[in-house]
Design a protein around this ligand. Structure first.
Ligand SMILES: *Cc1c(COP(=O)(O)O)cnc(C)c1O
Length: 388
């Protein structure tokens, strides 16, 4: 880096050189709600030379990744790894779900995407809509399934568009009570919010690499119960996202097709740190970051900047907070002012794009790093929101 760098980075200061295998993230600046900041040691792993994906070296790598991923999902079952973004495995959920109509629980932009995917895959879809920022009533889920004969429910664990956390265990129980299976999108949940696949008796859970797992984008992970794979629709599963293909390959410690090897190498390095921290510790760290963000919103309100958290208390995601801005303050203006201070946060999503900002406190971020980002957000808001 020279003083005349023609491509100035949005990071205001160069990061300190990481120690090899360092679990420290360094200076934290990138608080988008996905992708999130990736540690230099994880990025560096992606430059390793290729290996054959049908080699013993690959199978050893795959088996090691399985060990770590099982812990992350709380399961003894194989964890399928797709070389796709998470939306690919949302489509896999639908393509492999039992034949019949789908009840889509919609409370934000990503749960809406799940409904749209189900319809695009040829399912009859009934929506159970609640306002963005709210959660669904499990008792109503059971009633709706009994009335509508749905075989499958779709639900989002951590709605990244609104910062709402859904009790997916209660929703899955409600689906099971009416004889349906439940497909859970936990893309911004897994590793940030508690989820225990086996203990909770879940059917299908998917996540992506670029959220709380703090990897680059491009991999997606899912676990399916035996019953889910066994009851799977026999037609229209396609090939690339056919869980039977994943299961057969995983039994050989292989991927069905050529996997995104550099991302596997990154995952290998990152899982070591994930396991070293421990899942319960990671959940607690994320809860502390969400609490810090909520306290910051309260502080700013006391200073006269009328912010509000969109999600009701008790239903807030530990990984992302959607903050409602005062009227006439534009999200883009705030995000730009924050960027001028060296930090990246998100605007709102979908219909909330200009009325909310989203702070992604996920992955390897720390309460201390987040506090620096929130200080920049405060300064930016004072500049943008104060009259005159
Ligand atoms: C990010 C996200 C997705 C989409 O993930 P891609 O990797 O972009 O396909 C889906 N659902 C939720 C809840 C997300 O946060």
């Amino acid at each position: 880096m020279t003083a005349t760098d023609p491509h100035p980075s949005p990071h205001p200061t160069p990061r300190p050189a990481p120690r090899p295998g360092s679990t420290r993230i360094g200076r934290e600046t990138f608080f988008l709600p996905g992708p999130t900041e990736v540690r230099p040691a994880v990025l560096a792993a992606m430059t390793r030379p290729m290996i054959g994906h049908r080699s013993a070296a690959f199978r050893a790598l795959f088996a090691r990744l399985q060990d770590g991923l099982r812990t992350v999902f709380g399961t003894q079952r194989p964890v399928f790894i797709a070389s796709s973004s998470a939306t690919g495995l949302m489509e896999a959920a639908i393509r492999n779900a039992p034949a019949g109509p789908v009840l889509a629980l919609v409370n934000g932009g990503f749960s809406e995407r799940f409904a749209r995917i189900a319809a695009a895959c040829g399912r009859r879809v009934d929506r159970y809509d609640v306002p963005w920022g709210s959660v669904h009533d499990p008792a109503i889920v059971t009633t709706r399934i009994r009335d509508g004969g749905h075989t499958t429910v779709t639900v989002v664990h951590s709605e990244t568009s609104t910062g709402v956390l859904t009790d997916v265990r209660a929703i899955a129980d409600a689906a099971h009570a009416a004889g349906a299976v439940c497909c859970v999108d936990s893309v911004s949940g897994i590793r940030g919010a508690e989820l225990r696949f086996d203990a909770w008796g879940l059917d299908f859970v998917l996540t992506g690499s670029q959220k709380a797992l703090a990897l680059p984008p491009g991999l997606a992970f899912a676990v399916a119960s035996d019953a889910f794979v066994g009851r799977g629709a026999s037609e229209n599963r396609g090939v690339y996202f056919d869980l039977a293909e994943f299961a057969t390959a995983a039994a050989r410690d292989e991927a069905p097709n050529t996997p995104a090897l550099p991302l596997y190498f990154a995952l290998d390095v990152q899982l070591e740190a994930v396991l070293a921290e421990g899942l319960e510790q990671a959940w607690a760290r994320h809860a502390a970051m969400a609490a810090r963000t909520a306290a910051w919103v309260d502080e700013l309100r006391r200073e006269g900047i009328a912010l509000a958290i969109l999600a009701p208390a008790g239903h807030r995601s530990p990984t992302v907070t959607a903050v409602v801005l005062p009227p006439a303050v534009s999200a883009k203006a705030v995000v730009d002012a924050v960027a001028a201070r060296g930090f990246t946060i998100g605007t709102g999503y979908g219909r909330l794009a200009d009325t909310t900002i989203r702070i992604g406190h996920m992955g390897d971020h720390t309460v201390g790093g987040l506090a620096d980002c929130l200080a920049a957000c405060r300064s930016a808001l004072i500049e943008v929101a104060k009259p005159g």
